[in-house]
Each structure stands twice: as structure tokens, then as C-alpha cells.
Design a protein. Structure first.
Length: 457
């Protein structure tokens, strides 16, 4: 819940100006035109009706966009824990800072994989060499290369033009579970506050909540009309969540179709995902390919997954056979981003380790310690091997004390900023509305083509 008292802390971003709400009823029709043809004796007036839309487009009518876009979403279910932060939000911030170019919505990235196959994003931004598009274009002759994928010099890989990152609070997905439905409004606002506190900047990325853009639901229905039931029924997450549950419903079954619509609505090409979403992303590619084949050749680009850094893999503090999760009934199994400094210290002190001497990084023999070392590396911008070397001769008590200090120093400012932002719901609404307006502009254009291609009038 949002408290009414005010804090001394202030948001890190200046308030956004007010703006009119986006139009949610764009015209998809071509206006009737009147032409006058002069003759020797009379003037004949003819009326040209709007063209009938073809059910199937030529690939030349709406060319495949060569500009790339990153899209990712997060559910507003409960508190954000350290696994959510390191596994997703921190990676989003790095992508945002890598892709954003001041005074220009486009950025040029050097793809480290010159063959153009799925590249892996390993965090830190060091793998992606960013330059302003204008500087890169100077290497090409003429203006014809604007907005196109360019071939770099031999050995340099490909250069790809990226649009602004899009990050969505996917509140519609949260409706699929009872826990997600409980307190959805407050959870959405708290998630917005946390994303801003973690460094997602609404001036550098498009941040919005999914339900403010109705195109998600519309495109999902269109995609669901040709998505085979057997493919949805084979999804591992659906089987796990519906097994022995009385709450198995259509929302759980069609969850991957909505996820596909989330991505395709903005014709996104790159999606940061964890291993648990890989199967859903594969299905999204099958759905987009089927749409291209049925209605509109090459309209949707193949979706590439962006794998995260190893340090983003955060496991439970009590049982490393499970990942850190908000659904774990044991609060001590996770570090929540809103935990106090004292609570963080208590949880790290009680975190399960082993009885071996010294500190070493061995995932097979010392999995509990390896988990703590990865956490230490992630919050201190280091590597697991470097952390293990630094504390090689230390005992477990010293290591945990230093880990606690690193976590408190990293999480504390984020927590305090999030608390301050929660006291300013008007600002949070402005941020989400502004992001939804930007997202709506993109969604309208996609849906215009989808409506025409499928024959909707």
C-alpha cells in the first residue's frame, strides 16, 4: 500500500510534463477522394472508393523493418527480490545505457557475431560497442544507408540500428494467478517505483504497463486463431501450473500467445529471457512465422533471445536446487529489494554454506558458496573467480560480513529511492501514461497492417 506520509528523499528523475491521453481509436480507413476530369464540352466528376484490402500482401508493400528493438516484460506480483533484480532489471539498465543515444532514438551496435546468428548478451555492456548512428553513417557513401543494417569491416561484425528499449509491467499476465490478482494496483505502482529506482529512465527507454495499450489483447486474439492447441498444451509451464490445480483455466493455456503478442505488437527483434521462458519464445517465433506465411510475408522478424550473464543466476539461500523465488514460503530463502539493512545481514548470516575451509568457486562441489560468490560478483561489478581469489584464505564469517556490506551498499540506495517514489503516485502515473502513449503510437501502426492483412475492416 502507498503510505500518505512524505519522505525527505526525492525521485531521481524530474517530473514529466502533463500530456493529453493517447487516442485509442485511430482511423484505419482510407478517405474517399474526388477527382475532376476536364473534357472539351463537360466536366465529369468521379468518386473513387477506398481500395479493397488484399488478404495477402506482397513483401514489397510493407518492407521488413531493418531497425531492431529490445522488448522485455516483468509481472507485478509481490515484492521484487534480488533474483529479479540481477536476472532482469539490472540487465535492462545495461541494455538501456548501451542502446540509448542522446538526442537520437536510434543507436548502432556492433554485433560481435558477424554471421548474424543469435548473439549472446553477457551483461556489463562490454560486449556491445555503441556509437552514435550519425558517426557510423559517415563510413557509408550517401544517405541510402539510413536505418539499415550495415556490414562492418572484416572482423568487426555487423552493425545494427536499434530503436529505444521497451520495458513493460505485464499486469495482464498477472491476472492468470490468484496471487497475481491480489493487490494488483499497488503491486503495479510499486513495480514502477522499483524499476525507476533501479535506473530504468523513462527518457531513455519506453516504460509502461501492458494494460494501458489495448493492442496487446487485440493482437493476442488474432494470433490465437491460428495457434495450434497441441502446441499450447505442450508448454512445460502450463503443465506444471495446471497439474493438480483447480485453478487451471484458459488464461494459463493462452499465456504464451499473449507473450507473443507483447513482442510482436512492437515488432521487437531481441528479447532478454531466462531459461524458464525459452520455450515460450520459441513458440512466439513459430506464431510469427505462421502469420507471415498465412497473411503477410516477412512482416515479423525472427525474435532473438538475449541470454544473461552467469552472475545473474541467483538461487535460493536455503536450497540451491531451486532458484530464488517470491513464491518460496521461507522468507529467509531470498533477499528482497525492500529489506532493511539489518534483515539483509540476518539472511546472509543464516544462508546455507558448507564446512570446507577457505573460499573457492566450485559449482559442483560447493554449490551453496558458489551461489553467494555469484551474488557478491554481481553487486560489486566483479567476477566469481576474482571474488574467490580475493577471499581465498578468509573464513566463512569474514566472507559473509563483506558480502553483507556489498549488498547493503548496493541495495540500500535503491530501496530508499523506491520508498520515496512510492510517496509520489502522481509522478508514477505520469511516467506510465507517457510510456503508454509512446507504445500506443508503435502499436497502432502494427495493428493497421495486421487488420488490413487479415481482412478486418
Amino acid at each position: 500500500m502507498f503510505a500518505l506520509r512524505s519522505l525527505s528523499l526525492t525521485p531521481t528523475f524530474s517530473p514529466l510534463p502533463t500530456f493529453p491521453p493517447p487516442s485509442l481509436s485511430p482511423s484505419y480507413f482510407t478517405p474517399t477522394t474526388t477527382t475532376t476530369t476536364p473534357t472539351a464540352t463537360t466536366t465529369a466528376t468521379t468518386t473513387t472508393s477506398p481500395p479493397r484490402f488484399s488478404r495477402r500482401f506482397s513483401s514489397r508493400e510493407v518492407p521488413l523493418t531493418e531497425q531492431k528493438r529490445v522488448f522485455s516484460g516483468i509481472q507485478p506480483t509481490g515484492t521484487v527480490h534480488l533474483g529479479n533484480y540481477l536476472g532482469a532489471i539490472q540487465q535492462w539498465k545495461r541494455l538501456q545505457e548501451t542502446i540509448f543515444v542522446p538526442n537520437n532514438n536510434d543507436a548502432v551496435l556492433h554485433n560481435p557475431n558477424p554471421r548474424g546468428t543469435v548473439s549472446r548478451y553477457h551483461g556489463g555492456g562490454s560486449q556491445l560497442n555503441l556509437r552514435k548512428r550519425g558517426e557510423a553513417m559517415k563510413e557509408s557513401e550517401g544517405d541510402s544507408t539510413q536505418g539499415k543494417v550495415e556490414k562492418g569491416a572484416e572482423g568487426s561484425g555487423e552493425k545494427e540500428v536499434f530503436k529505444k528499449c521497451m520495458f513493460s509491467i505485464v499486469d495482464l499476465h498477472s491476472l492468470t494467478t490468484e496471487s497475481g490478482r491480489d493487490g494488483l494496483y499497488d503491486n503495479t505502482m510499486n513495480m514502477a517505483a522499483m524499476l525507476l529506482a533501479c535506473g530504468i529512465d523513462p527518457k531513455k527507454s519506453i516504460l509502461f504497463n501492458q494494460s494501458k495499450v489495448p493492442g496487446h489483447s487485440e493482437l493476442m486474439w488474432i494470433l490465437s486463431t491460428f495457434t495450434p492447441f497441441n502446441q499450447l498444451n505442450s508448454m512445460v509451464q502450463f503443465k506444471e501450473k495446471s497439474r493438480g490445480s483447480k485453478d487451471s483455466h484458459l488464461g494459463l493455456l493462452s499465456y504464451p500467445v499473449l507473450m507473443a503478442a507483447d513482442i510482436l505488437l512492437y515488432r521487437a527483434t531481441h528479447v532478454p529471457v531466462g531459461d524458464d521462458q525459452t520455450q515460450h519464445l520459441e513458440l512466439a517465433n513459430k506464431i510469427s512465422s505462421r502469420y507471415n506465411r498465412l497473411f503477410h510475408p516477412d512482416f515479423f522478424s525472427p525474435i532473438q533471445s538475449m541470454k544473461m550473464a552467469d552472475t545473474s543466476r541467483v538461487l535460493s539461500l536455503t536450497d540451491v536446487s531451486n532458484k530464488m523465488s517470491k513464491s518460496d514460503p521461507l522468507p529467509k530463502s531470498r533477499i528482497d529489494m525492500m529489506d532493511s539493512n539489518d534483515l539483509i545481514a540476518k539472511k546472509i548470516k543464516k544462508a546455507k554454506t558448507d564446512s570446507y575451509e577457505g573460499i573457492s568457486y566450485d559449482e559442483a562441489e560447493r554449490p551453496e558458496l558458489a551461489n553467494l560468490i555469484r551474488i557478491f560478483a554481481a553487486v560489486s561489478e566483479s567476477t566469481p573467480n576474482a571474488i574467490a581469489k580475493q577471499f581465498a584464505t578468509s573464513d566463512m564469517g569474514v566472507f559473509k560480513t563483506e558480502l553483507t556490506a556489498a549488498l547493503v551498499g548496493h541495495i540500500g540506495p535503491i530501496r530508499d529511492t523506491a520508498l520515496a517514489l512510492q510517496q509520489n503516485p502522481d509522478y508514477l502515473h505520469d511516467v506510465l501514461n507517457e510510456g503508454a502513449a509512446e507504445a500506443q503510437d508503435i502499436a497502432v501502426e502494427t495493428l493497421r497492417h495486421v487488420r488490413e492483412a487479415t481482412g478486418l475492416v
